[in-house]
Write a protein that binds this ligand. Sequence first.
Ligand code: GDP
Ligand code: MG
Length: 297
Amino acid sequence: MSETSFKSGYVSIIGEPNVGKSTLLNVILGEKLAIVTPKPQTTRNQIRGILSGKNYQIVFLDTPGILAPKYELHDWMVKTAYAAIQDADLVLYLADVTKPLPKSETRIFDRIHQANQQTILVLNKIDRIDKPHLLPIIEDYNQRFEFVDVIPISALKEDGIDRLKKSVLSLISEGPEYFPADQISDLPQRFFISETIREKVFLQTKQEIPYSTSVVVEEFIERNKKKWYIRSIIYVERESQRRVLIGKGGQMVRKIGQLARVEIEHFLDQSIFLELHVLVKSDWRRDPRKMRDLGYA
Ligand code: GDP
Ligand code: MG
């Protein structure tokens, strides 16, 4: 390959819920694109982040964790993750070294195998175990699947990330520059705004509420020299959830709004006025038509 050749490719980050996929995407890009919470099933869509260098461009796809679907929304999430395997030039299979090898893994490996994808095993959270424990884990995984490379990392401590980038770069082929070099994602600003609000709901509420929540940006008005105006609706599945989200005298929704606003302003580099409403869309997670209305299409 000549020195001036350009490399590019799509790299999908796949794995069980909560192994650190979104944290990894953010650390690779050096920017918070994907929302991260301690709760599993935070990510619902394919989140694309673009890493551009002098001679390369890599589009990383963060995906929902692969789990046994319990309702329509799960089904959609798992399909989204499987589609990302299909669409990729390279798969990063991310695993949490502090957890035993999950049963669902065989199923995922079958999918990757069917799609005939080269796969790097990325062992995350090594900050939480002693080095000697790593070797038997690697052996276990190697017996299940033929990986092109194995890289232990800590996404949280940013350990092993350069090695991972080098490995990815060595495995993708010559290709075009898909996006302008300064573009970090191809998703619209509205998406990141609604995700930021959803993250705050995930962090501030408990039990079923985070999972029953969906956020839609209804209005987004850029005003010259003035605060931009954003009106957004937080949907929940039941009236009781709506009451909790609003809180006493509107306390809860105000808190969520304040936390989200700071982050959205940082992201847009612009002051905003954020108006939040909480509405009920009953049992939307089990209804494909309501899900489509909420943007899961
Ligand atoms: P995802 O569901 O796979 O996208 O996982 P997230 O990126 O949302 O992370 C789930 C949880 O694991 C969060 O609380 C993260 O802070 C935590 N986490 C991610 N990477 C690491 C790591 O390298 N070490 C440790 N100790 N925790 C991590
Ligand atoms: Mg995630």
